[in-house]
Design a protein around this ligand. Structure first.
Ligand SMILES: NC(=O)c1ccc[n+]([C@@H]2O[C@H](COP(=O)([O-])OP(=O)(O)OC[C@H]3O[C@@H](n4cnc5c(N)ncnc54)[C@H](O)[C@@H]3O)[C@@H](O)[C@H]2O)c1
Length: 249
């Protein structure tokens, strides 16, 4: 338990399911007020209801700058500020790079990069005024590999940009008491990848994980809690892999 997280206001993007939903659950369990935001508002409401009084659902498409700004205004009005932003919403592209369509590329960049731009631009003035804040971005081991286990080259490139912006934002915002870090999971069994995990593929993949299993959503959420807590108060600009050793072999 990290008692200092109690009462903090946390915004998680793409929090209706998968990794984002689990991160929202962990922060609610630590006594934070969690905004469960997602483009899928119905699913966000269902998850927020599960979490109880500590959670509010909000519809927010991270691609939509106006919607992101108005959501942030509402959070600051209702909660008096914002302590933690988790940039989790993301898309994956698959297959050979030449087969990726124009639409897939545009959507990938709109969610994985412009989405983070929109959220950071909207949240930073409040965090700067507060003199404190924490931003956590979801990168991927695909950044280091240039794609890989599932995601393709373009996906890897979008996540490599997340690693770069994490370092740069940490440098710029550190003087305002804002820490910025990223989490780089390997394969986590969520809707994003489940359809590709045939028994054969799973068996083949497992040989590439020294710890002998795939990641769980809790593995990722535990690191998010650490990165938002005082336990990591001197950690910023880092991208930390949650990959069971995948990048080491
Ligand atoms: N699952 C993995 O193996 C894996 C590995 C490495 C990194 N990641 C990253 O972790 C993050 C979460 O992945 P996941 O596996 O939970 O994905 P997921 O597809 O299971 O869930 C993604 C959530 O984001 C929401 N979303 C999609 N577009 C959105 C938008 N424009 N605005 C707001 N919300 C939107 C979806 O509705 C969904 O609820 C992503 O950034 C992903 O790239 C996942």
């Amino acid at each position: 338990m990290t008692p200092e997280l109690q009462g903090k206001t946390v915004l998680v993007t793409g929090a209706a399911r998968g990794i984002g939903a689990c991160i929202a659950t962990h922060f609610a369990e630590h006594g934070c007020h969690v905004v469960v935001s997602d483009i899928d508002f119905d699913a966000a409401c269902i998850h927020a209801q599960r979490l109880g009084a500590n959670a509010t659902a909000m519809r927010m498409d991270v691609r939509d700058r106006q919607e992101v700004r108005s959501t942030l205004q509402r959070i600051v009005q209702e909660q008096g500020g914002i302590d933690v932003l988790i940039n989790n919403a993301g898309l994956m592209t698959f297959g050979p790079c030449v087969d990726t369509s124009d639409e897939q590329w545009d959507d990938l960049i709109a969610v994985n990069l412009t989405g983070i731009f929109n959220c950071v631009q909207a949240v930073s003035p409040t965090m700067i005024d507060q003199g404190s804040g924490c931003i956590i971005n979801l990168a991927s081991v695909a950044a280091a590999k240039g794609g890989g286990a599932f995601g393709n080259v373009w996906y890897g490139a979008s996540k490599a940009a997340v690693v770069a912006l994490t370092k740069g934002l940490a440098r710029e915002l550190g003087a305002h008491g804002i820490r910025v870090n990223a989490i780089a999971p390997s394969v986590v069994e969520t809707d994003m990848v489940k359809k590709f995990l045939t028994p054969d593929v799973r068996q083949r993949l497992l040989t590439r994980f020294p710890l002998g299993r795939l990641a769980t959503v809790d593995d990722v959420a535990n690191l998010a809690i650490f990165l938002a807590s005082n336990l990591s108060s001197f950690v910023t600009g880092e991208t930390i892999a949650v990959d069971g050793g995948f990048l080491k072999i």
